[in-house]
Each structure stands twice: as C-alpha cells, then as structure tokens.
Design a protein around this ligand. Sequence first.
Ligand code: NDP
Ligand code: 8X3
Length: 253
Amino acid sequence: MNKTIMITGATAGFGKAIAVRFAKNGFNIIITGRRKERLNDLEKELLSFGKIKVLSLNFDVRKQKDVASVIENLPAEWKNIDILINNAGLAVGLSHIDDGVIDDWDRMIDTNVKGLLYVTRAVSPLMVKRNSGHIFNIASIAGKENYENGNVYCATKSAVDSLSRSMRIDLLKHNIKVTNIAPGMAITEFSIVRFKGDEHKADAVYKGFDALTADDIADVIYYCASLPAHVCINDLIITPTQQAGVNHSFRRT
Ligand code: NDP
Ligand code: 8X3
C-alpha cells in the first residue's frame, strides 16, 4: 500500500519539488496552499506520474479554525498521514528593528510559527493514534545565525528549531520522528515574496552565486524519509558550497 505524505505550501519552491519527488516514488500526496489554480495544475502533474492518489487542500495555515476543520474532515483513507512536511513559510521585508513594518512581522510570525503549530496540532494526533509518523520542519540557517535586518524572520526560524526539539521530546514515546531542515540560500519564489514582487531585487540575491535548488532540498528530505525505522536525522544544515553561513558568501564577480 502506498504511504501518504502531506506537504504545506506545495504551490511553489521546496513544497512543490518535494511533492514531485515523493509522487515519482509512489507516495499518495496531500498538497496544500492558498493558490487554488496552482494546486489544480500540480494535482494534474502529480497524477501523471502513475499509480498514486492526490488530494488538494486549499487553506491558509494562519487560520486555525480552517486548519482544524480541514484535517478533521479528511476522508478516512487520507487520515493515515505517514509524513508531514511543515514547509509553508515566508520572509517579508528587510529592515532594522527600529524601523520594522508591523504587518510584515505579523505575517512572518503568524505563518512560520503559529501556522506550523496549527498544522502540527491537527495532524500529530493522527500519527499518535497510529504510533507512527515523521514530521519535517523547514527551518533555515537564519534560525541558527542572525543577519542585519533579518531580525523577525531569524526569530521565527529559531522558534522552528526550538519547536523541532520540543516535538521530538513530546512525540518520542509515540514512535514519531522529527527532522529539522535548515537550508541556506535557495532559488525559489522566496526572494520575490520577501521583496514584495520586485524581481530585480530578488534576482540580485543570487547574482554570482550557485544557490541551492528546490530539488536539492527535496532530495535531502527523500533521503531522510527513506532511512530505516530506527534511524532519525534530527537536524540538517544544507548550504550552497559558496555559502558558509548567513553572513559569509563567496560571489563571482
Ligand atoms: P516559496 O515562496 O517558493 O514557497 C512558499 C510556499 O509557502 C508557497 O507554496 C506558499 O503557497 C506557501 N505559503 C506561504 N504562506 C502561506 C500561508 N499563509 N498558508 C499556506 N501556505 C502558505 O518559498 P520556499 O519554497 O523557498 O519556502 C519554503 C520554506 O523554506 C519556507 O518556510 C522558507 O522560510 C524556508 N526556507 C527557504 C529558503 C530559501 O532560500 N528559499 C532557505 C531556508 C528556508 P501559497 O502562496 O499558494 O499559499
Ligand atoms: C532563507 C535563507 O539566509 O536568505 O531562510 O534568510 S536566508
């Protein structure tokens, strides 16, 4: 029988690449996100890979009641979630703390921290019930180190790191693995979102630089998910070869 993976934020970037990687390897996939059209297109693409099932769930992780209701109302056959990828997240803006944009702060905290908690609160009891599961939290190197103007984004990703450690402790007796993934710079829609649609600024982030791709992260996650039942990778930092931390990158001129 196929295993089931649920991925938050599957309409772009890491989430989409993870969905494709697992679909090609015979998993049934639950894809989620706010952009319905993109979910529809991805559902078609995933189904084209063969004998798998795909369920699209259109919701905003910041809306706790919606998250709870969508998971509670899952058809029985979809309640056996083997892997949850808490991936939906974003950075919005770059500014010093004394000049921060409150709405940007709220969006990051509500999505990256509270949204991840709402989804985990809804899905983890299904795993506890089955005494089995694997939760991946997509954190960031920005949660391990801080950079100027990154204040609130860095704080949300430090919170994800911390929650991964707590989840591992709390879910230990239920045989649930928790893996924290901390990528460095990767080309996705991340910078376009951070710069609120300014593609020129977004492109400059990756100039002279071989950034990670979403497929690189999907490969790493697939590897972690493929290990024997008694092996759990707790925390992984993955950077491009040209990056040694949030403040140390080598760029070709
Ligand atoms: P993208 O912008 O390409 O994808 C982000 C995904 O998150 C989209 O599918 C988006 O879907 C979803 N999302 C955002 N807000 C919400 C919401 N409120 N409710 C539901 N879904 C939401 O970025 P990445 O793939 O790069 O980012 C994925 C994760 O990786 C994020 O947590 C990010 O912080 C983290 N990360 C990214 C790095 C990078 O350099 N790219 C490095 C380290 C970590 P939709 O808009 O349709 O809702
Ligand atoms: C994204 C990585 O360094 O751009 O989480 O903040 S960074």
